[in-house]
Structure formats: structure tokens, C-alpha cells
Design a protein. Structure first.
Length: 125
């Protein structure tokens, strides 16, 4: 499983999302922040990349409780126009990742994790 990679082009928002499986605990250079790595074993099918929707909620790593994504985006001063194409990843219907935030706490890599999933976003060149 290590080294598996998938890329998803999203021309609507001019981005390529890369999903890369890494061994965990991470080797130096694989990732800097543990809060941005998902535990592959915690993920459930289907894993879906989509736009955020009103009512989406999640608990980012480091937060004590679940929050509505709309409220978190407002706190970050993300405009209504920018929010329209805001990407999220769901696993089995639960929000696990969204641009600009740590991964959802329940799905974050820990010392027990064997394979981590790193999601990166790049502009389409």
C-alpha cells in the first residue's frame, strides 16, 4: 500500500488533489504536521472529494467539539464566493478533510497508525 498515489483534476477550481499513502510513523520529509495525515485504517468506503455543503460539520484535530464548516470558514474570513467551490473529502459520509484545516480528529493518524493518507493540493499547471 505504501507509495500508492492518486490524482484528481478539478478544473472548476483550477486544482489537482493528490492522495498519497505513506508508511506511518512518517519518515522525515513525508509530512511536517501530524494533524494533516489521515489514518488509512479509519477510512471507510466510499471516500469522496466534493464541494462543501450547508450543514457539513466536523471536528478538526485540536478542537474539543464538532463545528459547522460554514462557521469555521466564516471565522477564517472565507468569502461566500470562495466557499462555493470549497473542497472537502468524506469517508463513509463523514467529513474527514477540508482545505485549510487539520484533518478530522477521529480520522487523524496516531502512534497506532500503520499507513497514513496525505492529501495535497496543487494549482493546475
Amino acid at each position: 500500500m505504501h507509495g500508492a498515489e492518486a490524482a484528481v483534476n478539478t478544473p472548476e477550481i483550477s486544482c489537482v488533489f493528490r492522495f498519497r499513502v505513506i508508511d506511518w510513523p512518517a519518515k522525515r520529509g513525508d509530512t511536517i504536521e501530524t494533524g494533516f495525515v489521515l489514518d488509512c485504517d479509519a477510512l471507510r468506503s466510499p471516500v469522496v472529494l466534493r464541494n462543501w455543503r450547508p450543514g457539513d460539520k466536523f471536528r478538526p484535530c485540536g478542537h474539543r467539539s464538532e463545528h459547522k464548516l460554514k462557521r469555521l470558514l466564516s471565522k477564517k474570513r472565507v468569502s461566500r464566493w470562495e466557499r462555493e467551490g470549497w473542497p472537502v473529502v468524506t469517508s463513509g459520509g463523514s467529513l474527514v478533510w477540508t482545505r485549510g484545516f487539520p484533518v478530522a480528529a477521529e480520522f487523524a493518524a496516531t502512534e497506532k497508525t500503520r499507513n497514513g493518507l496525505v492529501i495535497t493540493e496543487e494549482p493546475i499547471s
